[in-house]
Design a protein around this ligand. Sequence first.
Ligand SMILES: *[C@@H]1O[C@H](CO)[C@@H](O)[C@H](O)[C@H]1NC(C)=O
Ligand SMILES: *[C@@H]1O[C@H](CO)[C@@H](O)[C@H](O)[C@H]1NC(C)=O
Ligand SMILES: [Fe+2]
Length: 443
Amino acid sequence: MIRNNNSLLLQLFSFLLLLFPQIIKSQEKSFSRQPSGQFIFTPHERSDSEPQQVHISLVGKDHMRVSWVTEDKHARSVVEYGTKQGGEYEAKSKGEHTSYNYFMYQSGKIHHVVIGPLKPNTNYFYRCGGLGPEFSFKTPPLNFPIEFAVVGDLGQTEWTASTLKHVNSKDYDVFLLPGDLSYADTQQPLWDSFGRLVEPYASQRPWMVTQGNHEVEILPITEPTGFKAYNSRWPNPHKESGSNSNLYYSFEVSGTHIIMLGSYTDFDDQSEQYTWLVDDLGKVDRKRTPWVVVLLHAPWYNTNEAHQGEGESMRKSMEDLLYEARVDLVFAGHVHAYERFTRVYDNNADPCGPMYVTIGDGGNREGLALSYKKPVSPLSLYREASFGHGRLRIVNETHAHWSWHRNNDSDAFVADDVWIQSLISFKECWNTQQHHLVAHQEL
Ligand SMILES: *[C@@H]1O[C@H](CO)[C@@H](O)[C@H](O)[C@H]1NC(C)=O
Ligand SMILES: *[C@@H]1O[C@H](CO)[C@@H](O)[C@H](O)[C@H]1NC(C)=O
Ligand SMILES: [Fe+2]
C-alpha cells in the first residue's frame, strides 16, 4: 500500500521536476555550470504514525529542539530521552505542532519539542511521539575544542549524498548551513524528501541553518509572504536571541558567538534586522565567546562570474557593523563553488576585518559555477568549483583550523586549509576600534 503510493508520487514529482527547474534556471543563464548529480527522491518507508524527517537544533545554552513529521494527525508531540540506550528514558518533554497548506499541498503534522537541560559533550538517546526508531545525538562540548561542519546549497542529489557521507566520515559537533536547503522550489513534497534524506545526519548532530533564495517560495496571490515551508519545518532559536524573525538570529556554543543573517529579508539601516544586529553585536562578550562567526547566503565578496553583485547592497548596509565588532569569519553560500578570501574590509585587505569564505558547493541539482573573473583578485586566496564541505575546528581562544574537503577525494585529503587566529589575539585591532568609536561619538 505504502509502496504503491510512493511510486505514484515519485512519478508525479519526476514529471513536475521536468517542468519547474526550467523556469527557475532560465533566470540564471549568464554563467556556466557543470552538470549536477542525479536527483534523489527519498521515499517515506515508515508507518504514518511513526516519526520521519527527524532533525535537531540548538536552543539556548543547554537545550535541543527535536523536530519531525508524521502523516498521522493524532501522533503526539512528545520526546522521551536519556543517556541510556534501549528505551529506558529518564525524561520526557511535550512540545508543539504545526502544519501548513501550500497551493494543493497539505503538510503532515510537524512536531517541535524542546528538551533539556542537557549535559555538554554527552550522548543522548531519544524517541519521538512514543514510537518508531530510537535516535541518538551528542551535545556539543562546553569549551574548546569544537568542530563545525559548514555546508551551503545542499539540495538532494547524488552529490548531496556524497557531501553528507564525507561530513559524517569524521566526527564534528555542529552542522552549519548558510542557506539553500531542499531546492524544493515550491514543490512541497520535496521538502519531505529532503527531510528524509538528511535525517540520518540531522538527527545526530544539531543543524543550524539560515535561509537562502530557495527558501523564499513566494507565489503570486496565494503565497505573497514566503518562507512558509522553511519557517514551519526549520524553526530557529530566534526568540532566545531577541529576534522577532525566524530569518535571523544568533546563538552561542562552546566559546563561539554565531550570527545567522537573512539575505532575503530587509537589511537596510532602517530594518528590524539591522537594529537587531546592532543590539546582538553589542551583547557579545569576548571573554565568554572569543570567536564571532557570521553566516549569510549571498556572498559579499565573490570573484566567480555567478551571482556577481547580489550581496552588494547588504554588504554596504552591514559591513561596518561586522568590522567594528571585529567579527572573525563570514561564511556565505549561493555561488556553487568554494572560495576563500583574506581578511577584508571595504574591498581592501585589512588585518582587522573578517575572513570571508564562500562554501556553496554542497551538491544541489543546479550544478557548479565554473567560471571565475580574471585576473585573480589579490583578496581571493583560493577558488575552485568542486563539490565539497568545510570544517572549522576552533582549537582554543586564539587558534582555529579551517579546511575544505573535496567530494571527489578521500576525506583525509584536504584540498585547502589554513590556520587562523581570532581577532582578540591582535591588540592593534582593538585600539583602532576604540579610536573609531570615539570618533563616532565626537561627531
Ligand atoms: C592554541 O592553539 C594553538 C595551536 O594548536 C597553540 O599553538 C597555542 O599555544 C594554543 N594557545 C593556548 C593559550 O593554549
Ligand atoms: C577532483 O576535482 C579536482 C578539481 O576539480 C580535479 O583536479 C581532480 O582531477 C578531480 N579528481 C577526480 C578523481 O575526479
Ligand atoms: Fe542560492
